[in-house]
Design a protein around this ligand. Sequence first.
Ligand code: NAP
Length: 340
Amino acid sequence: MNVLIIGGTGLISTGIVQALRERGATITVFNRSQTDDRIGPGIRRLSGDRKDFPAFENTMTAAAPWDVVIDMICFRPDEAESDLRAFAGRCGQFIFCSTVCTYGNTQTVVPTLETTSQAPHSRYGRDKLACEQLFLRAHANQKMAVTIIRPSHTYGPGGGIINNLNTDATFLERLRRGRPIVVSGDGHGLWQSAYSDDVGRGFAYAAANPRCLGQAYNAVADEVVTWDQYVQRTAAALGAPAPWLVHLPTDFLLAVAPQRYAGLAEIFRFHGVYSNAKLKRDVPEFRLTTPYEEGVRRTAAWMDQHGRSPAPEENALEDRLVAAWDKFTAESVKAFVSKS
Ligand SMILES: NC(=O)c1ccc[n+]([C@@H]2O[C@H](COP(=O)([O-])OP(=O)(O)OC[C@H]3O[C@@H](n4cnc5c(N)ncnc54)[C@H](OP(=O)(O)O)[C@@H]3O)[C@@H](O)[C@H]2O)c1
């Protein structure tokens, strides 16, 4: 099996390469040779920028044909159109890495199935959905056999550990130092986080799998946790003290720092619970084998080694918010009780 990965050295891509290697595939990666590389020897490398469409398409058509092409970094319809020019008629299967953000997060189907209607509210989700539609149209018109895979939150070495508010890298050190951890709402929002190598295995075994042609799949974890549990388990995995959880209203956080908490507005304030049953049915090799705590330990070790877990500033925004909220609620409760 001759497989091209566009990307190939990133977070999920690295797990795909590992699993394809297990399958004995001949692997080529295309990227700009900028990202720190963890994929090891025996991989053919093509270098270039996928945003330079003419050069990208020339490189791809010269190197074709491929049994399978996996595009990990297509985000916009113009990139999808470039893929169609490069690969239609030149690959046996095209796998597009999409996202669960194509559903939009306000639907109330829990867990969200692949048949749930898609109504994305973020630019990211809308663009990914437009790409999906272009690819599925090409599949329906028999121009290119397509598979869509929609990861939800995926973490691992090469990436980071998010928190409920954003992707602030100081989260690990805040936990280790026992600093307050702000969680929006009442901490009962639901969340799934999958380990990168496990998700990568789903992509690798969907490759050259006839059941997957023309299909879309969620590639998500089995476990569903509340955000409070997420923080508590992350702290336990790090050997950090039991976390000092502080619940603040989402609207308050967004009023104070809308830019900083853009991820909260678009994603983290909503339940994120998706079914992986369809992918497990069609790709039985897709199994979530990495316990969350083990995945956190591996990711934290990588972040520490690479200087990606900086210390929080003294009196950082979250500390000031907690202090302000404590003062406000204490005074409000006192005033209310004295009047009633
Ligand atoms: N992680 C999550 O929580 C999550 C959730 C849902 C969906 N996803 C989807 O997962 C995908 C990301 O997968 P990933 O984690 O494997 O990728 P990644 O970590 O974002 O890695 C990016 C890869 O693409 C290469 N690259 C970046 N820009 C490029 C360009 N302009 N031209 C050529 N190569 C380029 C990088 O190498 P160079 O830097 O060397 O070029 C690297 O190999 C995205 O499609 C995203 O929407 C992720």
